[in-house]
Design a binder for this molecule. Structure first.
Ligand SMILES: Nc1nc2c(c(=O)[nH]1)N[C@H]1C(S)=C(S)[C@@H](COP(=O)(O)O)O[C@H]1N2
Ligand SMILES: [Mo]
Length: 580
């Protein structure tokens, strides 16, 4: 039998290709349909979202620590790789057992339908949520059947090198002659509409097959001696084109509404501008972290695999719960409020000692206290539960938000621009002094005045503390770990932060020796980090440098190492260097 088959591509390999192409076309079509709808999560991202939710906390922590801000691309890559393996296997099996391939495809589609229906980032109803899945099934399954049909189409020996007919949409009924079968090769495996007895060719001889609505369940020996490679190639090119078109569409229109709205925006000048930055707040040390972090360099931490697309058209921030009157504020309403501009250093609880999940920006926003007082907070409330468009939640102590000095913001601007999409456009919270997971909800849509006793926020249900003030911390930026230095004067420098208390002192110890006091940059405000530098007279050898900060309350950082869970890391940052 094998000797009859034309050399080259085996049907199993071609089947794998068919599975891959059909999977790609189906997924790309689903992605394209999803980006064209509002409030719908594509099957790929919906499945990945479920994976994030289902992952136990240690796995999430490991992912954040190992991949940093690349954890999302890694996860999506993992889902894509899994689907690829399944699609290729299904296709390879499908060359001989088409029903298995169809079954595998339907199982995958069912899984993605379930993920789409339960996705917490989606806001649309069930019907639109299922449209991408429908596209997945229609395009993916259609492509798979088309390719498998071509693959299972026999070529008469005389046609093998000639122009074999491609698939016919019309299934043959009755008993076709061998000539008919080869002229209408689709008939042999056209399962979707097959309504009668069809035949396949076996060594050029017709053989009766049973009728079926799916490609016949046949074993390998029923594969044609040579499949119609031209027809397969044509079908493959067509399916590949569908995949590419879907991919391009989803790239072009992803986050389109919010992006378009953002680029058309001009923020009004804040009624209260940030005080000018004192020149002394920024030290001139090569390699030190810049005092202000650009939007591009600002760390990003969130559970959103896809940046939520929140257009300002139709945006409403709802303030409700234990209040005298509910507020529903549009984006224009927010622009019309008293806007203030403030420099605030944001920090993530997941920042390990010496880590990078901390950044300092100039924010423009409305003091949340203004809005809460307008709504009229009732007695007994002690918390505000904030919710994002993608259903992330945070619980913030009410007194912090009402504090007129601390000025937590409903922010709309970052470093002079509307918020970048990935930093919460159009509206987010920024709260001085508290870790982001309890106070910095991005893509903010809802503030509920409530009691801590009455709810648990996203990370609180995952083992993190309900209340989480930022711990006094310091970091060595220069020299880098394992740097090779020349003996003599070297700058040791970095940043220290203790938001809403302020940094009073930073000290450096060389090889566990006496603490030497560093020179502090001028304090901008207590809610921002502070740069520091020490002139170190380095002697040849290997050295360990350690840093510790003391805040304005007199508290000095402990040497004791604590992990990031449940309420932030502790311990001294250190670097090892070689001096020659
Ligand atoms: N909607 C939403 N907002 C969120 C989060 C999130 O996962 N989803 N993560 C929070 C956490 S843990 C931090 S540290 C800050 C980070 O803000 P950034 O990404 O702008 O630096 O956003 C907070 N706001
Ligand atoms: Mo965070």
């Amino acid at each position: 039998m094998g000797s009859h088959r034309s050399p080259g591509t085996s049907p199993v390999v071609a089947g794998g290709v068919a599975g891959l192409l059909a999977g790609a076309a189906g997924v790309a079509a689903a992605e394209a349909v999803a980006v064209l709808l509002t409030g719908v999560t594509s099957p790929l991202f919906a499945v990945a979202n479920r994976a994030v939710d289902a992952a136990p906390r240690p796995v999430k922590e490991w992912a954040i620590e190992t991949f940093g801000t690349a954890d999302k691309p890694v996860l999506i890559g993992g889902v894509v790789a899994t689907v690829t393996v399944l699609a290729v296997s299904a296709g390879a099996l499908g060359a001989r057992r088409p029903r298995l391939a169809v079954g595998a495809f339907l199982v995958l589609s069912t899984v993605s339908a379930a993920a789409a229906l339960t996705d917490r980032a989606a806001t649309a109803g069930a019907a639109p949520r299922l449209l991408p899945v429908l596209a997945l099934v229609a395009v993916g399954l259609g492509s798979l059947l088309l390719l498998l049909r071509a693959l299972r189409t026999p070529v008469a020996p005389k046609d093998r090198e000639g122009s074999a007919a491609t698939s016919s949409p019309v299934p043959a009924t009755g008993r076709p002659s061998p000539a008919t079968a080869s002229a209408e090769p689709g008939a042999a495996v056209s399962g979707t509409t097959g309504s009668g007895t069809v035949e396949t060719l076996e060594g050029g001889k017709p053989r009766l097959r049973h009728p079926s609505h799916l490609p016949h369940r046949v074993d390998g020996d029923d594969l044609p001696p040579a499949f119609d490679r031209r027809a397969f190639l044509k079908a493959a090119v067509a399916v590949g084109a569908v995949a590419a078109a879907g991919g391009v569409t989803s790239r072009m229109f992803g986050g389109a509404e919010a992006a378009a709205a953002r680029s058309a925006l001009d923020l009004p000048a804040p009624a209260s501008a940030a005080p000018p930055l004192a020149p002394g707040a920024s030290l001139d040390v090569p390699g030190i972290t810049p005092y202000l972090t650009s939007n591009r360099d600002f760390y990003r931490v969130d559970t959103a695999l896809e940046v939520p697309d929140v257009p300002i058209d139709g945006f409403v921030l709802r303030i409700h719960g234990m209040v005298d009157r509910e507020l529903e504020l549009t984006y224009q309403d927010l622009l019309a409020r008293r806007l203030v501009e403030r420099r605030i250093t944001l920090t993530c609880v997941s920042n390990p000692v010496g880590g990078e999940y901390v950044g300092n920006a100039t924010w423009i926003g409305i003091p949340i206290g203004d809005l809460l007082r307008e709504a009229g907070v009732r007695d007994g409330a002690d918390a505000v539960r904030s919710t994002s468009a993608d259903d992330f939640t945070a619980g913030t102590p009410l007194p912090v938000l009402l504090d007129e000095e601390r000025e937590a913001l409903v922010a709309i601007g970052m470093n002079g621009e509307p918020l970048p999409l990935e930093h919460g456009f159009p509206v987010r919270m920024v709260t001085p002094g508290l870790y982001g997971y309890v106070s910095a909800t991005k893509w903010l849509v809802d503030l509920e005045v409530t009691r801590f006793a009455d709810f648990k926020a996203y990370w609180t249900t995952r083992g993190y503390a309900a209340e989480a003030p930022i711990k006094t911390s310091s970091r060595i930026d220069v020299p880098r770990s394992f740097a090779q230095l020349k003996a003599g004067r070297n700058a040791v420098a970095g940043v220290a932060w203790s938001q809403d208390r302020g940094i009073a002192k930073v000290e450096v110890s060389v090889d566990g020796g006496d603490w030497q006091e560093a020179r502090l940059a001028e304090q901008d405000n207590v809610n921002t980090w502070r740069q520091w530098v020490l002139d170190w007279d380095a002697e040849p050898g290997n050295h360990t440098l350690e840093v510790r900060a003391t805040d304005a309350t007199g508290y000095t950082q402990t040497a004791e190492r604590a992990p990031i869970a449940p309420d932030g890391s502790t311990g001294w940052d250190s670097v090892n260097v070689t001096v020659s």
